[in-house]
Design a protein around this ligand. Structure first.
Ligand code: ADP
Ligand code: ZN
Length: 679
């Protein structure tokens, strides 16, 4: 395996494998037939690119999207790998160069669009193909959304060339898997790897709608300059929200299926290439997106199912660096999604399954504990850690909602399931509206029995009742709420139900979110300088920024501050070729930046507190992730450090007052040591 490790470091610049990659690389390199199911961002490409370099001959890679193929080839060439592509987008010079490299036996990876297989692949028999790798292998499934008829030719190609085949996909359901085995492997079950669905770097959060446009604008404002996607339920909303974002000073585009194909392509390319662009889109946006550094995904409307949710948020953070998501939902979303299922043309059993998939998502939206555990439980994964969702950040406040729900259910039954939440709430609150009086609903026993909550609270209770599928809007009764069987045990007093209180209150309180930075305040200026350098290279080479270095690599540079080219080589993502090409330029940025001090530090220049400050900073860097290096990153602001550096009477209590509990606990003792040595 030493060979493998050397190539991994040298070409890709990685110190180790991501979970699951090692075994797959080993099996593929050994020439086994392999089917690997990995979540998006799991690092599938490496699992065929690395074996391709370790094996004799050329590896043929079949991939469905031409633009992405071209980017992958560019990225490989940047890393010094002989790679080429044969697609309809090629210039004739490009095609000539590929054939020349092929016949000289130089090419290691040949990317091919599936259509190319129809045009004939006889030449492959003569050029020493080592193996076939199939990306997005689920495209072979006739029942899937991404079916590509030309994928059906791959099985024959494999038999023709008599080489091993490795298939990769993020779609794991059993039917699709069986179809892949049948169509690509002729029914012979390959060595199969199924990697868990967890994406630990993606922060999960839901919020009840409360001025959704404002909520999205605030979420984006806290992440200014980072690439993100906002998913909307309707085409017109994408345009309005994109305009609002632009007005707020963001670079934002809209995207939906009703746009001309050419305009859609332009939007996709801009998003792929530009740094920090926001795309406001319907779900039509996604298949053509392969950007590893999408830093956030927000849903302005509830997605249609738990699978759709997982897939859409999964587009964030494929590079493994922290990414954030926010999904908004409200009673109207639930009504709309239910109606879409009920009014669809699917047969009844399919509709029932769709309701169940929506219920799973609503259960996640109304979850009382950890989102990740709830989400992964749906995919039958139980051993999951988290600490990276809104409910782990701040546990939900729960109250016994049994009585409230029973009152609401009885109001629905007494009015014979003919009314929506608004009127029902009027009854519960004892409001004598015209409608209430005309129908004689002020005479009901449930009239005015719900005065302990206000309208807002009742709205949240009704929303949660819909979320728990106790009641469903009936499209044939203009959305009137009707009980489901799930409500009966509660009504009969055989079951209790816990509801969230904070979604009721948080809606009203709505605090402005803090600006989310990817690095500490100290390192932020250096990170922007590194990004600017990257942008310059990317623009000159006309490639997406991540082809030069991905975010994670720049973050590591900003934090570790390599001082020599040797240091630089140790940064993850800096392989030999990239070191040679870009190392010096980025090193210059790091070293140059060191001379540009933070204003708080500059004020101390020439004084002894200045060198104390530098030592505090070094100590802080060592402890940024705690003594064992596994805790959440934490740092003090520059002005806090400056104050510590100038403290006269330093002790634990004074530090605690200045830094707060968490920082004092992490850094206090070490800071005191520094001050004692200096004093
Ligand atoms: P996907 O599984 O979605 O196709 P990719 O192959 O595009 O994922 O990889 C996603 C990102 O992860 C890329 O930016 C890649 O450089 C990075 N990556 C892959 N393997 C590793 C590794 N072992 N160490 C660090 N980064 C990695
Ligand atoms: Zn959690």
């Amino acid at each position: 395996m030493t060979d493998t490790a050397a190539v991994l470091k040298d070409v890709f610049g990685f110190d180790g494998f991501r979970p699951g990659q090692g075994e797959i690389v080993e099996a593929v390199t050994a020439g086994e037939n392999v089917l690997a199911i990995m979540p998006t961002g799991g690092g599938k490409s490496l699992c065929f690119q690395l074996p391709a370099l370790l094996r004799e001959g050329v590896t043929v890679v079949i991939s469905p999207l031409i633009a992405l193929m071209r980017d992958q080839v560019r990225a490989l060439q940047e890393a010094g790998v002989a790679a080429g592509a044969l697609t309809s987008g090629n210039t004739s010079e490009e095609t000539d160069a590929v054939f020349e490299a092929l016949s000289a036996g130089r090419l290691k990876l040949l990317y091919m669009a599936p259509e190319r297989l129809a045009a004939g692949s006889g030449f492959l028999r003569r050029v020493g193909v080592a193996m076939i790798a199939v990306d997005e292998a689920h495209c072979v499934s006739q029942w899937g959304h991404d079916f590509r008829p030309d994928y059906l030719r791959i099985g024959a190609l494999r038999r023709d060339l008599r080489v091993p085949l490795a298939a990769f996909t993020a779609t794991a359901d059993a039917e699709t898997r069986a179809e892949i085995v049948e169509k690509l492997f002729n029914g012979e079950v390959p060595r199969t790897f199924l990697r868990g669905f967890d994406r630990p770097n993606i922060h999960l959060a839901f919020a009840a709608k409360d001025g959704p446009r404002r909520q999205i604008l605030e979420f984006a404002a806290a992440r200014k300059g980072q690439s993100g996607i906002v998913y909307c339920g309707t085409r017109s909303k994408t345009e309005g929200l994109a305009a609002a974002l632009r007005e707020a000073g963001h670079a934002a585009l809209h995207y939906h299926g009703g746009m001309e194909a050419e305009d859609r392509r332009i939007a996709e390319t801009r998003f792929q290439r530009e740094d920090g662009l926001i795309v406001v889109a319907t779900v039509a946006f996604g298949m053509g997106v392969d950007k590893p550094d999408i830093r956030w995904v927000a849903h302005a409307d509830l997605p249609k199912s738990i699978e759709a949710y997982y897939q859409e948020i999964g587009r964030a953070g494929r590079d493994g660096a922290p990414a954030e998501t926010l999904t908004l939902f409200g009673p109207d979303d639930i009504r709309l999604r239910r109606a879409q299922i009920d009014e669809g043309l699917a047969p009844p059993e399919r509709r029932a399954a769709d309701h169940a998939r929506l219920n799973a998502l609503l259960g996640l939206a109304e979850a009382l504990e950890c989102r990740r555990k709830t989400l992964l439980a749906y995919f039958d994964e139980s051993e999951v850690g988290c600490g990276n969702c809104d409910l782990c950040d701040r546990p939900a406040e729960v109250f016994d909602g049994t009585t409230a729900v029973r009152k609401a259910l009885s109001a629905i039954l007494r009015t014979e399931e003919w009314f929506g939440a608004g009127h029902l709430i009027d009854i519960l609150l004892g409001h004598e509206t015209d409608k209430v009086r005309q129908r004689g609903h002020d005479q009901l026993p449930t009239f005015a029995v719900g005065k302990e909550y206000d309208r807002r609270a009742w709205q949240a209770i009704f929303r949660q009742m819909m979320g728990h599928d106790l009641v469903r809007p009936d499209p044939e009764r203009h959305g009137a709420l009707r009980l489901t069987d799930a409500a009966l045990p509660i009504l009969r007093g055989e079951a209790e139900i816990a509801l969230r209180r904070d979604t009721i209150r948080a809606a009203a309180a709505s605090r402005r979110p803090a600006v989310k930075a990817m690095v500490s305040e100290e390192d932020a200026p250096l990170l922007s300088a590194l990004k600017a350098k990257r942008r310059a290279f990317a623009e000159a080479a006309k490639v997406p920024a991540y082809v030069i270095f991905n975010d994670r690599t720049l973050i590591e540079m900003a934090q570790d501050r390599p001082q020599t080219l040797d240091d630089m080589a140790r940064i993850s993502g800096v392989g030999a070729k990239k070191l040679e090409r870009y190392g010096a330029a980025f090193l210059e940025v790091v070293v140059g930046e060191a001379q540009q001090m933070h204003p708080s530090r500059r004020k101390l220049a020439g004084r002894s507190a200045g060198s104390v400050y530098d030592r505090l900073l070094a100590v802080q860097a060592d402890l940024a992730r705690g003594t064992d290096g596994v805790d959440k990153p934490l740092s003090c602001s520059a002005s806090q450090l400056a104050k510590v550096a100038q403290m006269r009477e330093a002790d634990a209590t004074a530090l605690q007052r200045l830094l707060g509990d968490r920082r004092a606990e992490r850094f206090g003792p070490a800071f005191l040591d520094v001050l004692r040595e200096a004093g």
